[in-house]
Design a protein around this ligand. Structure first.
Ligand code: KIV
Length: 278
């Protein structure tokens, strides 16, 4: 099977732009998104050819240790966004608008989004919400900010949604289509769909012109996204069923650190090769 154009860093564009993602949908090709929060992981993911690095507000859980995404601030998101932008040559960098940084008005959304691009170096933002936030998307797009609308399960609305629950079951798919179309019509260049039945995600994708990115939403979406600590097995927490674990970094790191600890205690590190000579 030929490698998709975007997935081939030797042949594809030198920087992934929004029209490349649209081309992927139009051609029936796929792209991959992965979260990133620091420069070194961003460098690795970028070199591996990942098309979009998402500076997710999941940093609240995976980096800062909170039990939800609600506490993370725009200033904290800016620190992570700068680090990821500094580690990226080819990938598009998308930063999350954190809880409390956009809800009040389209003007507040523009102000926060502009900071993520201007100070953080992001190329686009992602905003959670429903059709009621279409005006916010429109205002950001008008200001020159590319926007991904995030629908389905939206973690910032965890308490309003009654916890971590699959969305869009049964008739609820109609509301999801309405939300997705409202974001698309307001100018969003992609729609991210989280934790919905595959059939529902496929229906939303089919109703849209723009690409979709799924997480726990089956295989019909143009793109897929995962949280890197989940897919590389770094976290201690139980991962959701939609996560495929590609590595077990927690044991790799744990073993290496125990070895170092033993070496220091028994005096075998540092040996002569790690010492400076006169
Ligand atoms: O913050 C995040 O990492 C996200 C993904 C779960 C899509 O929004």
């Amino acid at each position: 099977m030929p490698q998709p154009y975007l997935g081939n860093p030797d042949k594809g564009p030198s920087r992934i732009r929004i029209h490349h993602l649209q081309q992927a949908k139009d051609r029936g090709e796929k792209f991959a998104m992965l979260t990133a929060y620091d420069v070194m992981m961003a460098e690795i993911f970028d070199s591996a050819g990942i098309e979009i690095l998402l500076v997710g507000d999941s940093a609240a859980n995976t980096v800062l240790g909170y039990s939800s995404t609600l506490p993370i601030t725009l200033d904290e998101m800016l620190v992570f966004t700068k680090a990821v932008a500094n580690g990226t040559k080819r990938a598009m960098v998308v930063a999350d608008l954190p809880f409390g940084s956009y809800e009040q008005s389209p003007a507040q959304a523009v102000e926060s989004a502009v900071r993520l691009l201007k100070e953080g170096g992001a190329h686009a933002v992602k905003m959670e919400g429903t059709a009621q936030y279409a005006a916010h998307v429109k205002a950001m797009v008008l200001a020159g900010v590319p926007v991904i609308g995030h629908i389905g399960f939206t973690p910032q609305a965890e308490h309003a949604l009654g916890g971590y629950r699959v969305q869009g079951r049964g008739d609820a798919v109609e509301q999801m289509k309405t939300d997705a179309l409202a974001f698309q019509d307001a100018g969003a260049f992609a729609i991210l769909i989280e934790m919905v039945p595959s059939d529902a995600a496929a229906q939303v994708d089919a109703a849209l012109r723009v690409p979709t990115v799924g997480i726990g939403a089956g295989s019909a979406t143009t793109g897929q996204v995962l949280v890197w600590q989940d897919m590389l097995g770094l976290g201690e927490r139980r991962t959701p069923r939609f996560v495929k674990k590609y590595a077990d970094l927690r044991s790799v790191v744990g073993q290496a650190v125990s070895e170092y600890h033993q070496d220091v205690l028994n005096g075998s590190f540092p040996s002569a090769e790690y010492e400076f000579k006169e």
